[in-house]
Write a protein that binds this ligand. Structure first.
Ligand code: PMP
Length: 324
């Protein structure tokens, strides 16, 4: 689906999937004025197609737009764009009863051609989709996570809280460094002191303690406000786990892993939903969490959240939105 803005959004029609023609001087190529979102659509047992909390993605796209000096798309137009595209792609939505989904990628970029540094007046917004298999086709696999001392993902006052392409460009080298150390993922620390944990390259991070608390870094402006993060904090509250959003230094985390105070840790985001963390590695050493496997509370929260998304667990909070 394609929309353009010049003086207010126009278009909104579904067009065939095809290359986009842009001037080599289009602002997005030079100044990275681009933002995006990521959601999944699931088929339920009765054949209908649903997505999860898209209003949260609409609001985040609006916040990202403000930060990147792009025009905001209303929640109503955002939801209409998802309905239009997913209705057109309905045959591609996988069968009900599993974690297979149709991944939805809305994105907005500056298409105006000019070479000066200013916000563009001409902007395009598209939605594309792709069928996505289960994140863990062979059962949930705990992550080995490298703690990056060299790089930060985003700085205070920067674009960390926005979902913009540039943030992902800046996290690629950290991911490469992680792979060189045999790790699956990278954990970024805050850019100012390099002591407190921020998030992974595409997931938020949480810890569960022996005394039944669930801890996650507070939203500092350098962390992406994950829809999954918010949903897990709510499900945790429902279960009587006491959630706390707080600054967590990596030293504090490793001490509490070593003492057994932290019993489970996991990463969370739309793609994996919840991915247990089995081990942290850094220049200073390595720390195995619990027995290095998938924690019981982690797996229960994952079951519940994936169940709500797939329509097999009651949607107590009214999180589902019908698309087709
Ligand atoms: N942090 C980053 C940097 C991400 O890219 C994502 C994925 N959108 C998340 C956290 C998790 O956000 P969500 O739960 O909304 O997918």
């Amino acid at each position: 689906a394609r929309w353009t803005v010049d003086d207010g959004w126009t278009g909104g029609e579904v067009v065939p999937f095809a290359p986009i023609s842009l001037s080599p001087a289009a602002a997005v190529f030079h100044y990275a004025q681009e933002i995006f979102e990521g959601l999944k659509a699931f088929r339920h047992a009765d054949g209908s197609v649903w997505t999860f909390r898209p209003e949260k993605n609409a609001e985040r796209l609006q916040r990202s737009a403000r930060r990147l000096a792009l025009p905001e798309l209303s929640t109503e137009d955002f939801l209409a764009s998802l309905t239009a595209q997913v209705s057109a792609d309905e045959p591609w939505v996988p069968a009900a009863g599993g974690e297979d989904s149709l991944y939805i990628r809305p994105f907005m970029f500056a298409s105006e051609a000019f070479l000066g540094v200013r916000s563009a007046h001409q902007v395009d917004y598209y939605v594309i989709t792709s069928p996505a298999g289960a994140y863990f086709p062979r059962g949930v696999q705990p992550l080995v996570v490298w703690v990056s001392d060299s790089y930060a993902r985003a700085g205070a006052g920067g674009t960390g809280a926005a979902k913009c392409g540039g943030n992902y460009a800046s996290s690629l080298l950290g991911k490469k460094e992680a792979a060189e150390h045999g790790a699956d993922e990278v954990l970024f620390l805050d850019s100012e002191t390099h002591t407190s944990i921020d998030e992974l390259s595409g997931m938020n991070v949480m810890a569960i303690t022996k005394d039944g608390r669930i801890l996650t870094p507070e939203l500092t402006g350098a962390i992406l406000e994950g829809v999954t993060r918010d949903s897990i904090l709510q499900l945790a509250r429902d279960r009587g786990l006491e959630p706390a959003e707080q600054k967590m230094s990596m030293d504090w985390v490793t001490e509490n892993i070593a003492s057994g105070e932290i019993t489970e840790m996991f990463a969370c985001g739309t793609a994996a939903v919840i991915n247990p963390i089995g081990e942290f590695r850094s220049e200073k050493g390595s720390w195995t969490i619990g027995d290095g496997g998938s924690g019981a509370v982690t797996l229960q929260l994952r079951e519940e959240l994936t169940g709500i998304q797939q329509g097999s667990v009651e949607d107590r909070h009214g999180w589902l939105h019908k698309l087709a």
